[in-house]
Design a protein around this ligand. Structure first.
Ligand code: NAI
Length: 247
């Protein structure tokens, strides 16, 4: 018996990093997963790797910031699987820079991929979930959405927006038995943070009481809890997975 037996889950940005680990963890608990990513090669490779372990995974190539494409994707997934029980809005990008020199393009693209995507998916999935009278949505925010970060004006704004979106959707959808929660990871070891130089990493470690970076599985386990019935009375919550960084 798994925690997610027979559940259908969409995980955006599921080709690598945190999203890939969330997808893997969900399938270990019995879910079928739909990986949504713009990186076709990695998404297909990861879906195949999961399938080789005997679980079910399908890859879809969609840009999460494209409203029409997301609507079409959700329609296709509902048609193919009959329902969607879990949505994890995980896809995200950084385009770091100081406010004074940040281009409009870098602002727009980060807001589109990190925040508009959450609007796109929740809007598209609300109706099927309401029809099912059940659903669990997990949005991946960040600790910088809670505490801000110099050099990440666009990214921190998008992640703070994700928290507002989470709480508003949680209030709207709670009476329909749909829970909406967020996770605020701290610094997790993935391609996104591999870009940091040693000096920046050491400075960050100073800020983390646990004195280590987190792993994608740390976030995946939190997502599993929030997605599963273990969290059946939890909604509108922002769960930090950050080694104590933002407490
Ligand atoms: P990553 O860069 O390793 O993976 C992101 C995935 O999203 C990639 O597979 C990428 O192809 C996909 N993606 C990017 N743009 C897309 C688009 N427009 N449409 C569809 N897919 C797209 O990043 P990582 O570290 O795994 O991050 C996952 C989430 O966790 C992001 O939302 C990130 O902001 C958040 N996060 C990460 C932290 C970290 O320390 N790594 C800390 C806090 C939050």
């Amino acid at each position: 018996m798994g925690l997610l037996d027979n559940k259908i889950a969409i995980v955006t940005g599921g080709a690598r990093g945190i999203g890939a680990k969330i997808a893997e963890r969900f399938t270990e608990e019995g879910a079928q997963v739909v990986l949504v990513d713009i990186d076709q090669e990695s998404a297909e490779a990861h879906a195949q790797a999961i399938s080789l372990k005997g679980a079910q995974a399908a890859a879809y190539v969609v840009d999460v910031s494209n409203t029409d494409a997301v609507k079409e994707l959700v329609t296709q997934v509902v048609k193919r699987f009959g329902r969607v029980d879990i949505l994890v809005n995980n896809a995200g990008i950084t385009r770091d820079g100081l406010i004074m020199t940040m281009s409009e393009k870098d602002w727009d693209s980060v807001i589109a991929v990190n925040l508009k995507s959450v609007f796109n998916f929740i809007k598209a999935i609300a109706r099927p979930m309401i029809r099912q009278k059940a659903g669990s949505i997990v949005n991946i925010s960040s600790v910088v959405g809670l505490i801000g970060n110099g050099g990440q004006f666009n990214y921190a704004s998008s992640k703070a927006g994700v928290i507002g979106a989470t709480k508003s959707a949680a209030k709207e959808l709670a009476s329909r038995n749909i829970r909406v929660n967020a996770i605020a990871p701290g610094y997790i070891q993935t391609a996104m943070t591999d870009k940091l130089d040693e000096k920046a990493k050491n400075t960050l470690l100073e800020l983390i009481p646990a004195k280590s970076l987190g792993r994608p599985e740390d976030v995946a386990n939190a997502a599993l809890f929030l997605a599963s019935d273990l969290a059946s009375y939890v909604t509108g919550e922002v769960l930090r997975v950050d080694g104590g960084m933002a407490m």
